[in-house]
Every structure is written in structure tokens, then in C-alpha cells.
Design a protein around this ligand. Structure first.
Ligand code: CAA
Length: 258
């Protein structure tokens, strides 16, 4: 079934998903989130896809949850449908790497969506914020949890309580994004990072993602043990033999995900 609010292109093992509601600065309405969850599920299942890049437009990655759509909602509507729960859980469950390529506004749910990805590459035009407080609510898809873990309590608290935006330079300095690039180069840089990832063993890639995400869920000793066991497990793969032989033979490794 074709998508209406996103554009999906699969090229060279990378699924590029572009949020496409320019009339609303890519505000996250239910139709968009349903389509995004479907596109990510399909990419996760598609053997050809080895990395996903999620992006918006030059002006906005996403300006948050769709305020027009939610303005009249009641508690009963929100609670009974688990508003935002089902789609965000699908995105969080994706085992393949997801890179967020962010230009322009990444506000509210837009900032939270970027933080759900595995890392963020930001254009120098990017602006991050959690301005829900101005609407009489708070972040609802992870802002208070993920931003706090990424930038620390003080900055997260200030952003959530005042609604102020953070520019790209501050976002890099405070650990929200992995790096900042000129806006014109954003997609080239994000696709190049994705391309690099597609050349690795998927078994190692998925293990690294799982181990790093575990660090947010568990104690240090449990996380270290989980990492060590995954490391041990990778010795059962042909890709480990290939990767290490290739190094010793001074040639490029040819991984086969086995
Ligand atoms: N929801 C719905 N529509 C939105 C939107 C949103 N979050 N953000 C922008 N739009 C719409 C505007 O209503 C406008 O539509 P019309 O032309 O039909 O009026 C269009 O997009 C362009 O927006 P602006 O005219 O406002 O553009 P601007 O350049 O003057 O300002 C902006 C840009 C600063 C991002 C401003 O649009 C803005 O403040 N947007 C809202 C940001 C926000 O509060 N986000 C949090 C939402 S709540 C949330 O996300 C909850 C959660 O955690 C899950």
C-alpha cells in the first residue's frame, strides 16, 4: 500500500524514510505515525535493508505532535487508545540501525522521534526543543526520559520547563547529536554513514545496537556481562572468522551475515 505522509526509497541497502507533511512542518499526526511504524517494520523485515535513515525537510525534521489533531482529545481518548504508544513501541523495537538526519525544527515529538533513532546527525540549521509546556502539557513520547539521559538533568529540565530551543552547536556540545554538518551536506553525510554501516556484518551491528541500548535499561555489571556474552556469541559466526582473517591478510572483509 502506498504511503501518503512519508516517502520511502530503498537504495543500495539503505531505506531512506522522509517525513512528508510540508504543510504542517511534518507534524506527527496519527496517519504519519502509522505509516512510519509500517515503513520501519517493513524495512526491519526486508533482508535487503541494512540501515535506515529518517529525515524531514530543510525547514523541519518535525515540529512535534500534530496540535490540530490532538487539541480536542480527552483523557479517555488518550488513555484508551494509548495515544502514541503502539507506533513508538514499533520504532523502538527495530533491530536495524536508524540514523536521524535533522535539519530545521525538531520540536516536541519531533525531537523525541529523533532521539528514538540510534544517533542523530544534525545540519547547522537544526533547532531542538521540548516546547510542550507552552501548550499546557509535557513531552509524551520520551522527551523527559531520553533528553535527560542524553544531555543531563539541568539542561533537560531547563528545556522542558522553559520551552527554549537548542541550536545545533549546543546540541553537539551537550551530546544530543553525534555531529553537525553544513545543511547542504546533511543527506550526503547521513547516507555515507549509513553506507558504511551496511558494509559491516549485520550480526555485529545488531549486537552493538542491542548492547548499547541495554546500557539504558540495566546496571553496569549486568550491562557489561550482556556485552561480554554477545561478544562471545559473535565467535560462533563466520563473519568473525572473515573479519579477523581479512585484517591479517590485509584485505577488505566480505561479510555474509552468517
Ligand atoms: N502541529 C500542527 N501543525 C503545526 C505544528 C504542529 N506541531 N507545527 C507547525 N504547524 C503548522 C502551523 O499551524 C502552520 O499551518 P497553517 O499554515 O495552516 O497555519 C504551518 O505548520 C507552518 O507553521 P508556522 O506558520 O507556525 O511556521 P513558523 O515558521 O512561523 O514557526 C514553529 C515554526 C516555531 C516550528 C512553529 O510552527 C511552532 O511553534 N510549532 C509548534 C511546535 C510545538 O509546540 N511542538 C510541540 C507539539 S506537542 C508534542 O509534540 C507532544 C509530544 O511530546 C508528543
Amino acid at each position: 500500500m502506498a504511503f501518503k505522509t512519508i516517502i520511502v526509497e530503498i537504495d543500495d541497502h539503505v531505506a531512506l524514510i522522509k517525513l512528508n507533511r510540508p504543510e504542517a512542518l511534518n507534524a506527527l499526526n496519527q496517519a504519519l505515525l502509522d505509516e512510519l511504524a509500517r515503513a520501519i517494520t517493513e524495512a526491519d523485515r526486508n533482508e535487503k535493508v541494512r540501515c535506515i535513515v529518517l529525515t524531514g525537510s530543510e525547514k523541519a525534521f518535525a515540529a512535534g505532535a500534530d496540535i490540530k489533531e490532538m487539541a480536542e482529545k480527552t483523557f479517555v481518548d488518550a488513555f484508551s487508545s494509548d495515544f502514541f504508544g503502539p507506533q513508538t513501541e514499533v520504532i523502538e523495537r527495530c533491530r536495524k540501525p536508524i540514523i536521524a538526519a535533522v535539519a530545521g525544527y525538531a520540536l516536541g515529538g519531533g525531537c523525541e522521534l529523533a532521539m528514538m533513532c540510534d544517533f542523530i546527525i544534525a545540519a547547522d540549521t537544526a533547532k531542538f526543543g521540548q516546547p510542550e509546556i507552552n501548550l499546557g502539557v509535557i513531552a509524551g513520547i520520551g522527551g523527559t526520559q531520553r533528553l535527560t539521559r542524553l544531555v543531563g538533568k539541568s539542561k533537560s529540565m531547563e528545556m522542558h520547563l522553559t520551552g527554549r530551543f537548542m541550536d545545533a552547536e549546543e546540541a553537539e556540545r551537550s551530546g544530543l547529536v553525534s555531529r553537525v554538518v553544513p545543511a547542504k551536506k546533511l543527506m550526503d553525510e547521513a547516507m555515507a554513514a549509513a553506507q558504511k554501516i551496511t558494509e559491516k556484518s549485520m550480526l555485529a551491528t545488531m549486537s552493538a545496537k542491542e548492547a548499547i541500548n541495554r546500557s539504558y535499561e540495566t546496571t553496569l555489571s549486568e550491562g557489561l556481562l550482556h556485552e561480554r556474552r554477545l561478544f562471545h556469541a559473535l565467535f560462533a559466526t563466520e563473519d568473525q572468522k572473515e573479519g579477523m582473517s581479512a585484517f591479517l591478510e590485509k584485505r577488505e572483509a566480505q561479510f555474509r551475515d552468517k
